[in-house]
Design a protein around this ligand. Structure first.
Ligand code: NAG
Ligand code: NAG
Ligand code: NAG
Length: 352
């Protein structure tokens, strides 16, 4: 009841969604559409042949019905939290889900595929969906929408939707630092340039297809991800400086290029969403954000397990709300919730 009164009160100024207010009142977002990697994958990898999967317990143990969905989390992921905060819906479906309902198509889907990157070699290494194919799926999606509600309506939906793109972590961690091929061709600055070039061209393609409001995630502090601490952080599992520096460099270049891209693409609002500094802040001060642990995951030992290594035989931590990381790579539902709350006010300012 208190919430309802609160909502009525603020409705004069803002849209109020479940007590979380993020949108200016004259704005409504018809759909959210996601591309990229496991941070935004909500189950597309369930439908392809790959080792990068999460459609088994304990993944999803805190999801509705305690059910694994292919989200790389104990519950909801970033795509869901953003959809809710923008007033669209509670859960974002995976485009490859054959049982997807018409209404759900109209309010947006995710094309993201855990393990992918901007560099096509990254998707090949993990046998997952390259971002170029995700764009093809998006074209098919537009065509399906047109057959449902007609061309004019679809134009409107796409024009006013918010697009999210999350990529680059796997380019560095699964590709550049794990297999020699790219390291022989590029040093870190040159590889960062390549990734930025690919990101820019991806966004240009999205814009050609009608996207106007686009959020692009930066790289996280790659060296502080639990599995990287274990593999390269020494006996104390320190953050790997070299990886963090690569992320900082890539992020700086990405931010610059997105800024000029926004100026060059008509009517576009392109938001660089910093994933680096908010995460560093959480990792250095977990208590400030309501976490107890931010240097290991909740699943198994928390130091190595993810995908098939985090499975029904893995013990989990007692209270996953006190962990920022769910497995050795991905945030918990609580982690996603807190991150969304940190970044959304700025994102909304840049988008509307
Ligand atoms: C919403 O209103 C603000 C302030 O009047 C204006 O600057 C902005 O362009 C409006 N946004 C839309 C999408 O109409
Ligand atoms: C499309 O969105 C832009 C803002 O991003 C707005 O200026 C324009 O009027 C919109 N066009 C239509 C047809 O909705
Ligand atoms: C789990 O952890 C969260 C965050 O630290 C805390 O608020 C909550 O009370 C804990 N729940 C239990 C059952 O201990």
């Amino acid at each position: 009841m208190k919430l309802i009164i609160f909502c009525l009160y603020v409705f004069l100024y803002f849209n109020c969604i479940g007590g979380t207010i993020y949108l200016p009142k004259n704005v409504s977002v018809p759909a959210i559409i996601a591309f990229g990697d496991s941070l935004l994958d909500v189950g597309n990898n369930n439908y392809i042949t790959t080792m990068t999967k999460s459609n088994f317990l304990p993944y999803g143990k805190d999801f509705v019905g305690g059910k694994p969905t292919g989200r790389f989390s104990n519950g909801k992921t970033l795509a869901d939290f953003f959809a809710k905060a923008l007033g669209v819906k509670e859960y974002v479906p995976a485009y490859l889900n054959p049982f997807i309902k018409e209404k759900d198509l109209l309010t947006g889907v995710s094309f993201a595929s855990g393990g992918t990157g901007y560099d096509p070699l990254t998707a090949t290494l993990s046998s997952v969906i390259p971002v170029s194919i995700q764009l093809d799926m998006f074209k098919q999606y537009i065509w399906r929408l047109k057959s449902m509600v007609g061309e004019e309506n679809v134009k409107n939906i796409i024009n006013n939707s918010v697009f999210f793109v999350s990529s680059s972590s796997n380019d560095f961690l699964v590709n550049y630092y794990s297999v020699p091929m790219r390291r022989l061709q590029y040093d870190v600055p040159a590889y960062s340039n390549l990734l930025v070039k690919l990101a820019v061209s991806f966004i240009q393609d999205l814009h050609k297809l009608g996207a106007r409001r686009i959020v692009v995630f930066s790289a996280p502090p790659l060296g502080c991800i639990p599995i990287e601490r274990t593999l390269a952080g020494g006996s104390e599992r320190k953050c790997v400086d070299k990886y963090n520096k690569a992320a900082i460099l890539f992020n700086r270049k990405l931010k610059e290029h997105l800024h000029s891209l926004e100026k060059s693409l008509p009517q576009s609002r392109i938001a660089f969403s910093d994933f680096y500094n908010p995460l560093i802040s959480i990792i250095e001060n977990p208590h400030k954000y309501g976490f107890e642990v931010a240097d290991q995951g909740c699943c198994g030992t928390g130091k190595l397990e993810m995908s098939y290594l985090c499975n029904e035989l893995s013990a989990t931590c007692q209270n996953d709300s006190s962990f920022f990381f769910w497995d050795s790579l991905h945030p918990t539902e609580k982690g996603c919730d807190i991150f969304t709350k940190i970044v959304l006010p700025d994102l909304v300012k840049s988008l509307f």
